[in-house]
Write a protein that binds this ligand. Structure first.
Ligand SMILES: O=C(O)CCC(=O)C(=O)O
Length: 280
């Protein structure tokens, strides 16, 4: 018996590689989280964007609340079972009218997960309609397995390595995944997807939370950390992550820096799926 998703949504995920939208949080609760994020950015004098957007669940108790929430985890459990680790989390902000975009890619490309079974819950902290550059996907492409990627050196591309699907991949049949603040979408790690620049009047902000079953492992030489968020741990494939207590306190910052460093090292060790580096 599924905990949150309908049988049709579970079938849709198996067939198409995504589910969208799923209701989760009230507009008020979601707005309060956005306000916390933007207050932190103002205090730091820096926006959480490319280069500063990894693993905020280790810094902010309010992000910890989202990643442990039954509203999200019940749906994730319906897809990958009851024993769940949070493998990675990126904040995806696009200012209104900016050129920021995300190139066509598959999430699995630099994750070294065996098997490639992770699911990303993209939780909207602001409305993300089509004009704001919500995600766009190629339905069913998750069945193709890992495809080769090139790396594009383009500062507007929010992907940390500028990775982009190589070759002439057929993108004539795509679907958008618009979500309202407080809703989320789910997508498979091999689903081909991108997102275009934000042409709306508001900032578009989402948290891409990547969950894995605890039995999945990371094959990279660098051992990475991942947070047990539900169920039991029997495998020891990851080092545990510390839950934040104080907002961006000294212990939180130190743990976060070490975890991000290890994650980036693991990332750069993945060269198998890369075909070229291209300047734009
Ligand atoms: O936020 C976006 O536009 C892209 C997010 C993404 O690529 C992901 O969550 O895997």
């Amino acid at each position: 018996m599924p905990k949150k998703l309908t049988p049709a949504q579970i079938e849709g995920y198996a067939r198409d590689g995504y589910v969208c939208p799923v209701d989760a949080f009230s507009p008020e609760r979601t707005r309060a989280w956005r306000d916390r994020l933007e207050a932190f950015e103002r205090a730091q004098g820096q926006k959480l964007t490319r280069g500063h957007n990894f693993k905020p669940h280790l810094l902010f108790p309010w992000v910890d609340e989202i990643v442990h929430s039954p509203e999200v985890l019940d749906a994730v459990e319906d897809l990958i079972g009851p024993d769940i680790r949070l493998f990675h989390l990126s904040v995806w902000p696009k200012d209104a009218g900016s050129g920021a975009y995300v190139s066509w890619h598959q999430d699995a490309t630099y994750f070294a997960l065996e098997p490639a079974c992770h699911v990303t819950a993209w939780v909207a902290l602001s409305d993300a309609p089509v004009e704001a550059g919500c995600m766009e996907v190629v339905p069913g492409s998750h069945k193709l397995g890992q495809l080769p990627h090139a790396e594009m050196q383009d500062p507007e591309n929010l992907l940390s390595r500028g990775q982009e699907l190589a070759g002439n991949f057929d993108r004539s049949q795509t679907a958008f995944m618009p979500v309202k603040a407080g809703q989320f979408s789910l997508h498979h790690t091999h689903l081909v997807h991108n997102s275009r620049p934000n042409r709306s009047n508001d900032r578009r902000i989402g948290l891409g939370i990547s969950y894995i079953p605890t039995w999945a492992r990371c094959t990279s030489p660098t051992r990475v950390s991942a947070m047990l968020v539900r169920g039991e741990e029997k495998y020891g494939h990851f080092d545990d992550e510390r839950r934040p207590v104080q907002e961006a306190g000294p212990e939180e910052r130190a743990f976060h820096a070490e975890a991000v460093d290890r994650f980036r090292r693991m990332n750069t060790e993945q060269t198998d799926n890369k075909v070229a580096v291209v300047k734009r």
